[in-house]
Design a protein around this ligand. Structure first.
Ligand SMILES: NC(=O)CC[C@H](N)C(=O)O
Length: 211
């Protein structure tokens, strides 16, 4: 199987958990803090954490535009929770100066499930990922309020206060979930993403556009 290097944006958030999950899924996993490090990866994970902080640090570390450009050139990217927010073209309830990388034409609402359900767990089935429902962990999670044509809805909350809400999406090579598979032992999503990276990579630094 082709070896692929997947970066984890290491500015803030649950970086270590994603690095471990990617290693477990068969990729070479590296932390990305500088533009030079970004150039070497075949795929990128934007972790959960705090999107306002990740946004500020991405600007301070000169990563905002390089990441936008690589996404535009077809880089496979997966974002969980705050990472989902960073991949949205429109963010509701964000800070006025909050920036995102874009990549998925969608509107997300930060902290959407509200205070009473700051954190909760619910089963979520993901289209394209075989096996039983994910035991999805939501922590001050966003939900997706609108998707443009061309954005595939991969999963919705099936139970509880947010039942029916979209919490997993894909547009081309860019994938996002409102929940955190990196916090559970379930590696199916990371394996699926590593396969997506393999499929998109013809050689180091070469990326095709998604089907
Ligand atoms: N667990 C998380 O990543 C929380 C996301 C956080 N509420 C934000 O707006 O970025």
């Amino acid at each position: 199987m082709a070896e692929v290097t997947v970066g984890v944006l290491a500015l803030q958030g649950d970086v270590r958990e994603h690095l471990a999950a990617l290693t477990g899924a068969g990729a070479t996993a590296v932390a990305v803090r500088r533009p030079e490090e970004l150039e070497r990866v075949d795929g990128l994970v934007v972790p959960g954490g705090e999107s306002t902080t990740i946004s500020k640090l991405a600007e301070a570390f000169d990563l905002l535009d390089p990441i936008r450009k690589r996404i535009g050139a077809g880089l496979p990217v997966y974002g969980s929770c705050a990472g989902m927010i960073m991949l949205a073209t429109e963010v509701l309830d964000g800070r006025p100066d909050q920036q995102s990388f874009g990549g998925i034409e969608m509107t997300v609402r930060r902290n959407a499930f509200g205070r009473q359900v700051d954190s909760f767990e619910a089963p979520v089935e993901l289209a394209g990922v075989p096996g039983p429902s994910f035991h999805a962990v939501f922590i001050r999670a966003p939900w997706v309020e609108r998707v443009a044509d061309g954005v595939q809805v991969l999963g919705r909350v099936t139970e509880g206060p947010g039942a029916g809400r979209i919490v997993a999406v894909r547009q081309g090579n860019v994938v996002a979930t409102a929940f955190h598979p990196e916090l559970t032992g379930d590696r199916r999503l990371h394996r699926w993403f590593v396969d997506l990276v393999r499929g998109a990579t013809d050689g180091p630094g070469q990326h095709r556009f998604a089907e």
